[in-house]
Ligand binder design. Structure first.
Ligand SMILES: *Cc1c(COP(=O)(O)O)cnc(C)c1O
Length: 455
């Protein structure tokens, strides 16, 4: 070991202000993982740089490819999902995009659930279509529909473990078996499910993607996304179908990624070395650090949020101003049995309620506005999984580009309101919802009085 102070050349002020006292590669005894907010990394020698660029040895080069803070996040989420490797990127949207690009390559086909995050629908229907990747959306509860949609161009099945706003629970095992029979992996977006409540790999899924912006962070400060390779899918079993892994490519040297990195790692290598490198959706070290901070309390938050949401759902189901509560923890919900099987630790805290309709579009709109604008603890925010309780109105917000018939097909009505229950005291959240419900129905009761009188 060289002693830096002794070996450092004597320098002038402007050199000192840039270089004094810092030696790359010196670890400090920080108890908390440090934030390596550095765009690039220093090489010990030109020979080392040559080896790193040739991928002959692993190490830090430039933060578009990877940073140590990001790598720790990748390893931590891999551990939580019971996976083999992971890549972290700038957003959940980026995680979904690079995963589909890596698997469906050029001209592939995706079989996707019909209940997906709106950004994923746009990506599949529009942007990936521009790239020649096509999609068939299927009723996610119908195994025959999944089976019938697969063809020889299909490269993956895609679904969410728990969808939103209506909290449909996927039968992961059934869909995984059908995907495998078709020779393709199942990718699960488990953003709402969280690795604390459900680990899709235990039920046959091969890849998991997360918007780390949501429950993994919990603090709502940072965008991020993670894609985890669970190590179960063998691209080598049908090499002709997966040339991106099994064939050699000039830019990656004389070996294929499959030969070089193998099962559980080749996917991440392709995503990082090609898609993140070329397209650039890299995670900032600062956001990686924030997400790691959030993950430290994941189970505490999610178990509290799930218990609070269950209690609130039960109370609202008995409320006269609420016509439906879409929470699979309630008996009679169509996904109640699947929830018991896949979510034994609790149901995610994102669910929806329908306010009782006034039977008139304008009155319903007024009712929803009174309710949403009357909330004082539950905040009007287009996000989920935050420590704060949040509300949104799908027909005005996330699903506003759909017409009434498309919304009805998705199970979303004019008075459907989505809730994401936070970590506040559940009694305060419920009291807030109840006072806002009283405001909502008081307003329309007056307006609707003559109509009721006429019936
Ligand atoms: C938010 C979300 C995404 C997209 O994640 P961003 O971090 O916002 O890019 C993807 N899937 C689901 C289920 C989401 O809720």
């Amino acid at each position: 070991m060289t002693v830096p102070a002794a070996s450092a050349p004597d320098t002038r002020f402007a050199t000192k202000q840039v270089q004094a006292a810092y030696v790359a590669g010196t670890p400090q005894n920080t108890a908390v993982p440090p934030l390596y907010q550095s765009a690039a990394y220093e090489f010990g020698s030109l020979a080392e740089a040559r080896d790193l660029f040739a991928l002959r040895r692993a190490g830090n080069i430039y933060s578009r490819n990877a940073s140590p803070t990001q790598q720790l996040l990748e390893e931590r989420v891999t551990a939580l999902e019971g996976g083999v490797s992971a890549i972290a990127v700038a957003s959940g949207q980026a995680a979904v995009a690079v995963t589909i690009l890596a698997l469906a390559g050029r001209g592939g086909h995706v079989v996707a659930a019909d209940r997906l995050y709106g950004g994923t629908v746009d990506l599949l229907q529009d942007t990936l279509d521009d790239f020649g990747i096509t999609v068939t959306f299927v009723d996610q509860d119908d195994p025959e529909a999944w089976r019938a949609a697969a063809n020889e161009r299909t490269r993956l099945f895609f679904a969410e473990s728990v969808a939103n706003p209506l909290a449909q629970v996927l039968d992961i095992r059934t869909v995984a078996d059908i995907a495998h029979a078709a020779g393709v992996p199942l990718v699960i977006d488990s953003t709402v499910g969280t690795p604390y409540l459900v680990r899709p790999g235990e039920h046959g899924a091969d890849f998991v993607v997360h918007s780390a912006t949501k429950f993994l962070s919990g603090h709502g400060t940072s965008l991020g996304g993670v894609a985890v390779d669970l190590g179960s899918f063998d691209f080598g079993a049908d090499p002709a179908r997966w040339p991106q892994f099994t064939a050699t490519h000039d830019r990656f040297g004389p070996q294929s990624l499959w030969e070089r990195f193998g099962q559980g790692f080749a996917f991440g290598a392709l995503v990082k070395a090609k898609y993140v490198h070329d397209l650039g959706p890299s995670l900032s070290p600062f956001n990686a650090h924030q997400i790691l901070q959030g993950i430290e309390t994941l189970d505490l938050r999610v178990s509290r949020q799930s218990a609070s949401a269950q209690a609130i759902a039960e109370a609202l189901a008995a409320h006269p101003a609420v016509s439906a509560v879409h929470h699979p923890g309630l008996a009679g919900n169509p996904w109640h049995d699947l929830a018991a099987r896949y979510l034994p630790r609790g149901i995610p805290s994102v669910f929806s309620i329908d306010l009782v309709s006034a039977g008139d579009e304008a009155l319903d709109q007024e009712r929803v506005e009174r309710f949403v604008d009357g909330l004082r603890i539950v905040r009007l925010v287009a996000n989920i999984g935050d420590a704060r309780s949040l509300v949104s109105h799908p027909a005005s917000m996330t699903h506003s580009h759909l017409n009434a018939a498309q919304r009805a097909a998705a199970g979303i009505g004019a008075t459907t309101v989505r809730l994401s229950i936070g970590i506040e005291d559940p009694a305060d959240i419920l009291a807030d919802l109840e006072q806002a419900l009283a405001l909502a129905t008081a307003a329309t009761a007056t307006a609707a009085a003559p109509e009721f009188a006429a019936v």
